[in-house]
Design a protein around this ligand. Sequence first.
Ligand SMILES: Cc1cc2nc3c(=O)[nH]c(=O)nc-3n(C[C@H](O)[C@H](O)[C@H](O)COP(=O)(O)O)c2cc1C
Length: 206
Amino acid sequence: MANILHLDSSPRRDRSRSRQLSREFIKKWQDIHPEDVITYRDLRTSIIPHVTEKWIAADYTPLSEQTPEMSQILQLSNELVDEFLASDRCIFGVPMYNFSVPSAFKAYIDQIVRVGRTFAIKDGHFEGLVKDKKIVFITARGDRYSTGSTHEGWDAQEPSLRYAFQFIGVTDIQFIHAEGLDLGSQSREQGFSAARSEIQQLVGNW
Ligand SMILES: Cc1cc2nc3c(=O)[nH]c(=O)nc-3n(C[C@H](O)[C@H](O)[C@H](O)COP(=O)(O)O)c2cc1C
């Protein structure tokens, strides 16, 4: 039995393509692994605040020296870190916004990249503390970024996600991109179809 964290970050509900595809992934996964426990977090309804000056001060104060106010400030972050660390596998549905991620997902990253909890500073180096976790990002994009497309090389989303999660120690990171979804119905169908084939393949070999 594995713990699965399923998280969606589109502000859209029924119209969201990243949600639709992450849901399809989970459905297929549950068909094969009915014993797995799924935890669902929806950043549309579970609002993640930006970090603040007080939050940063609390984050960098050792646990033994934290005041009750600091513990209170870090409470949600601690819950998010606990939830993330408790999972064996994560399925994250993430739209592309302005070549990167929506601010809700960036806020989530800022809350779980925590000194002493998900990374450490040792002997003048940063060290990721997260072990044995697999992540798949299912992204939805209006345009295309593959080789030969107009905006080839403009994808700042995949690298920024890869760096943030590698930084905290995750080594097994996969991406399924549904691309060209806002370029007409034919392009959208192609984008969905390619993403669905990748989902089908990954679910059986993950
Ligand atoms: C605020 C905003 C910014 C966007 N920026 C980009 C972008 O930089 N590149 C892109 O390919 N599509 C962009 N799009 C299109 C979305 O990525 C696309 O519609 C996707 O399906 C959104 O995910 P969702 O359907 O899960 O909500 C943007 C859409 C919005 C609303």
